[in-house]
Design a protein around this ligand. Structure first.
Ligand SMILES: Cc1ncc(COP(=O)(O)O)c(C=O)c1O
Length: 411
């Protein structure tokens, strides 16, 4: 039985719990307090959210595969044959033929000689960067790269230089100043997760080649979405295998869970021996592996899903621009309405919810200060009417908040 004192509140002002409470109070005061909303249905265009029906505009289920009957059937069959869990890490008893089959499929799909799976995109970025790069090396990272890249850079103990977002001149000046390092690596999101813009890949590839740097891409939001075969932004620019390492996730457009890195066979071997998020973590379970293989089948067989997603993205972008906000070119399924202050972004999010539209407010530290926003993501399963309804709700929500200069923060 637990000692009574363990469960009683600690009123000591210096206790760890009072420090935690203080930090939570500050987050509330800064309008940065986060909380969880509950989705009570599958990831479809129309969902139940905290008991209310809403249109979903913040899921990464870009192609509508997460609830696809064929993925569910594949997952069910894998559970029946191989069970729910893989039981161990890849290096112990958790390497099943399903892992190897999916890796072969992904390598072929991405046109790389080798592939290695990770438990998530977060684990992939952290694992690759922290093992491949070390003290004595240098990493050049875009200022708006995903948190998992930032954390991987920190864990690597390499020197890290941050270049201004998409600014290849700034990057080149940093590279020129960085001599005497053993390995140099440029890392970038390809489709930036918060702004929906693309990395300047042709320039980055040229820079990497000219200056003998390795290039690592994070195609998390681009796999299944960009390129004529859905291989990502590298395919969009006809630079398919130009990067040394390319990370993708299975949990977004591919409707399953987990992630992968494609690379040279020697890099795969190196990661199997050094990437701690791979070595010290239970491998992906059978149902998600089988669902991902099925997702790749559907991706190849049904390009019309990607086409429909692109049409939806164009339709939403047109409406957002008509309301006076900018959407970068080329248009992608991630589009942000930038409000500036945290409270304004959250007020817009709440106004949209009151009108039956769920697009999440995003604040620092996820985005830089003064760029808090409501981020919309599109799915191939949105109808024209869904997008019209979302735009109507956006227009009336913005009107309810008043003209930009007068929009008062509401709690
Ligand atoms: C650019 C980027 N990379 C990596 C990740 C992490 O992927 P996962 O959700 O598979 O951990 C995300 C997740 O949102 C992302 O946006």
């Amino acid at each position: 039985m637990r000692a009574q004192t363990e469960t009683q509140p600690n009123n000591n002002a210096d206790s760890p719990y009072s420090l935690i409470e203080d930090r939570l109070d500050s987050l509330r005061a800064e309008h940065r307090y986060r909380f969880l909303r509950r989705v009570e249905t599958a990831q479809e265009a129309r969902i139940m959210l905290d008991g209310e029906p809403v249109l979903l505009f913040c899921s990464n289920n870009y192609l509508g595969l997460a609830n696809h009957p064929d993925l569910k059937a594949a997952a069910r069959e894998a559970v029946d044959r191989f069970g729910c869990g893989s039981g161990a890490s890849r290096l112990i008893s958790g390497n099943m033929h399903l892992h190897e089959e999916l890796e072969e499929r992904l390598a072929r799909f991405k046109q790389y000689p080798a592939c290695i799976l990770f438990g998530s995109g977060y684990a992939a970025n952290v694992g690759v960067l922290s093992s491949l790069m070390e003290r004595g090396d240098i990493i050049f990272s875009d200022s708006l790269n995903h948190a998992s890249i930032i954390d991987g850079c920190r864990l690597s103990r390499a020197d890290v230089k941050i270049y201004r977002h998409r600014d290849t001149e700034h990057l080149e000046s940093l590279i020129r100043d960085a001599s005497g390092y053993r390995k140099r690596l440029i890392v970038t999101d390809t489709l930036f997760s918060m702004d929906g813009d693309l990395a300047p890949l042709p320039d980055l590839v040229g820079l990497a080649r000219r200056h003998d740097c390795m290039l690592m891409l994070d195609e998390a939001h681009a796999v299944g979405v960009m390129g004529s075969n859905g291989r990502g932004v590298a395919e969009h620019y006809s630079l398919d295998d130009a990067a040394d390492i390319s990370v993708g996730t299975l949990g977004k457009a591919l409707g399953s869970f987990g992630a992968f890195a494609v690379c040279r066979p020697a890099v795969r071997e190196y990661l199997v021996n050094h990437a701690r998020s791979l070595i010290y973590s239970t491998s992906l379970p059978p149902p998600v592996l089988a669902a991902a293989v099925k997702a790749l089948d559907i991706l190849e067989a049904e390009p019309e899903r990607r086409q429909r997603l692109a049409e939806n993205a164009n339709r939403l972008a047109q409406g957002i621009r008509a309301l006076g906000f900018s959407v970068p070119e080329p248009v992608t399924p991630i589009q942000s309405v930038i409000m500036g202050e945290e409270a304004k972004a959250m007020s817009l999010c709440e106004q949209l919810l009151q009108r039956g539209v769920y697009a999440q407010g995003i604040r620092p530290p996820t985005v830089p200060p003064e760029t808090s926003r409501v981020r919309f993501s599109l799915m191939a399963t949105h109808t024209d009417e869904d997008i019209r309804d979302a735009l109507d709700a956006l227009a009336s929500s913005l009107a309810a908040l008043g003209p930009p200069s007068l929009r008062r923060a509401r709690e």
